[in-house]
Design a protein around this ligand. Structure first.
Ligand SMILES: *[C@@H]1O[C@H](CO)[C@@H](O)[C@H](O)[C@H]1NC(C)=O
Length: 269
């Protein structure tokens, strides 16, 4: 009996030790990035479904398709437009929207229509005021180039494959020409691809994603179909957060995200 008790206690010690070691192991090897846990709530409309920011300015699209602008100077949330399907902010601050009429508008002194009824535009991604991409209702990739005087020339860039999302890099326009026009997409099987000007696709993910946002060619974030938010930086996948509905990254490298409970958070990356 004494022998039995002794070996039981020994076994117990061994188990506790194993758990402690396991815990330490998990703590240091965790795929969670522990430095990125400082999140703070920010003001937002009810039922936000999409968020994007340009510095301190934050834009929201709600489940009711209403577009709002959190304007830091007045510290207020300003209603901008209804019937909005999608919106995007380019690296130069250009804001474009698609509306329920399936046309594309950019924000000048008003919402100025820049498409001419040739495509049923659904999703939009702005590179700059000179280059805008959309996905139409047939999931084709459409491109608009600015042509003076004040018109855009529209063309179907790929009318064969299916596109689910496009994201233009937000950090560019300086040194690295290779960043220019590199376009990231969610394409066939909902995998992430890098799309180059020679129409080559480089597969990035091996599993389906719902949404991505590209900082530059070395840094993107994405939400997989299980609502996990990932950071893909210099070839490393790091899990940032679970239960995320939508996420974005701005030029200040801040990540804003909407969780499954419609709460909005901001974190440094
Ligand atoms: C694309 O637009 C549709 C609305 O037409 C929207 O439901 C969908 O969420 C958009 N996709 C992304 C990735 O924003």
């Amino acid at each position: 009996m004494a022998f039995c008790q002794f070996s039981f206690i020994k076994l117990l010690h061994l188990k506790v030790g194993t758990i402690v070691i396991l815990f330490i192991y998990l703590f240091f090897n965790s795929s969670y990035d522990l430095s990125d846990q400082q999140v703070s709530k920010i003001p937002h409309p009810k039922n936000p479904k999409k968020i994007d920011s340009y510095g301190r300015d934050i834009w929201f699209l709600t489940e009711e398709n209403e577009l709002f602008h959190w304007y830091p100077v007045l510290e207020s949330l300003i209603f901008k437009e209804s019937d909005v399907l999608d919106f995007s902010i380019g690296a130069d601050g250009t804001i474009a929207i698609t509306k329920k009429d399936n046309e594309v508008y950019i924000r000048t002194d008003k919402w100025e229509r820049i498409s001419y009824g040739n495509y049923e535009h659904k999703n939009v991604s702005v590179y700059s005021s000179y280059l805008i991409y959309t996905i139409d209702s047939r999931n084709h990739l459409i491109q608009a180039f600015y042509d003076s005087p004040d018109t855009y020339s529209w063309a179907c860039l790929d009318c064969l494959k299916k596109y689910y999302q496009i994201s233009c890099p937000i950090s560019q326009m300086d040194d690295d020409y290779s960043d220019y026009r590199s376009l990231w997409i969610i394409g066939s099987d909902h995998y992430i691809y890098k799309y180059s000007t020679n129409k080559k696709y480089i597969a990035i993910s091996e599993s389906p994603f719902k949404q991505i946002k590209v900082f530059n060619d070395q840094y993107i974030i994405g939400i997989d179909i299980n609502n996990n938010l990932w950071k893909y930086r210099d070839g490393n996948w790091v899990l940032i957060r679970k239960y995320v509905k939508y996420a974005t990254l701005n030029y200040l490298r801040e990540i804003y995200f909407i969780d499954n409970d419609n709460l909005v958070f901001k974190m440094k990356s």
